[in-house]
Design a protein around this ligand. Sequence first.
Ligand code: BES
Ligand code: MN
Ligand code: ZN
Length: 505
Amino acid sequence: MEIAVLRTDCTEHATALLAVTVFEGADPQDGPAGRLDERLRAQVSEIVARGDFKGKPGETLLVYPRDGSAPPERLLLVGAGKPEGLDAEVLRRAAATAVKQVARLGIERFATVMHDVGGGSNRLEPSDAARAVAEGLVLGSYVFDQFKTKPDDETAPAKLSGVELLEKVEEQATQLESGIRIGGALGRGENLARTLGNLPGNVATPTYLADEASRIASDFGMQATIFGPAELEAESMGAILAVSQGSEQEPRLIVLEHRKGPEDARPIALVGKGLTFDTGGISIKPAQGMEEMKFDMCGGAAVLGAMQAIGELDLPINVVAVVPSSENLPSGKALKPGDIIRSHFGKTIEIINTDAEGRLILADALSYVRRFEPLAVVDAATLTGSCVIALGHQASALLGNDDALIEELRTAGDRVGERAWPLPMFDEYREQIKSEYADIKNSGGRPAGSITAAWFLREFVGDMTWAHLDIAGTAYGEGKLAYQSKGATGAPTRLFVEWVLGRAA
Ligand code: BES
Ligand code: MN
Ligand code: ZN
């Protein structure tokens, strides 16, 4: 889908459909909306005055302009809620709401207009507003239907080919263009993460993820290094090898390097759990809902989605991405409870539960990242069921060894509508993963499961500045928001890119 700014007045532009946001309880405004309403001989203000359209979030109304009043064939009113509640998330949702309605109508191109983003205390910069709108458009048009032999009408509406943002003031138009560039790249990165997440375990294998990473590298001039069993062996990555030993699928350690910052500048690092199917292994999971464990690579998917966006935006910064990828299956060769393994870091690990496998593959990946001497490393992982109990589906858990980094990530997530909320890492929690027989054990039991999992990771980061996002509750879901659909959400791709944008600035 192509999104472009058209330097024209919205009251003059002939289009199959013009989408216009309407705020709750707000008078028809100055600026484009007011002029449009005037041109429509007060059609919109009359509908609002009669109470037929309230402007509530998610509300839409299709209107045919009065004969000869204005050039658009159709007007789509899109509710944007109270003006004082306006933020990027409101626009992201409104844009996605519009795109879904338009697709249902079978219209392939439509236009919209950015207005009312400049008023009051809730002023959004035009570029930020356009960024959110572009992102909402791209996310809202996402469908995962590649395994449907015959697309069904509801899930597969007409594919949109383009959206035009109408703005005749040159200076504004330029700002909208810069926002669209970022929002478009973000949306595409998030959609890539969604697709990788939604792909079933028999397709999105570790080799598949590695091939996708190589594709990103060649598209955007990054360096890809892919480790298979032999290289993992040579690097003494005992933990990744242990998790994968029960599976026919070979493990991969995927490394992408985007080096567009100063040559001697230390990079920042992103790490994502790429467990392509988690049965639990010998400590096998119940059958009920086990199909959801295809989403256990969503941390890795978000890292790849973020790298694609970073590449597309050509951000002037050095970023290293590492995705350890494996299956976790039971077999005659599988890792067993009681086994003791040696990690890349050198620490020995007693396996209490083979279902606590994510922390094992991440331990080796985090330990490996030390060689890049990153300024900071952030990992994302569908790591614990416990996290879903603590925070539900509204926020990722955020933990780490540096309060400033945690705050930086929390605020970045808050800005882009991907919330992350801190959990404490008091030293006492560390006691739960002390082992009788090895340096550490891989399960601390049920109490504070997300915190002891993070403590486990912390044992492998050395002196790096590190933070961890447990995305077990946020990486996939029912698709309740306008810009979501059932399955992988793409989170925390947006948070990652927002963090990197902040570091690149
Ligand atoms: N991938 C799971 C965590 C998970 C559970 C993600 C539910 C999304 C939804 C992880 O590998 C796991 O199984 N964790 C165990 C750890 C336990 C054995 C210490 C868990 O949370 O039960
Ligand atoms: Mn598991
Ligand atoms: Zn897992």
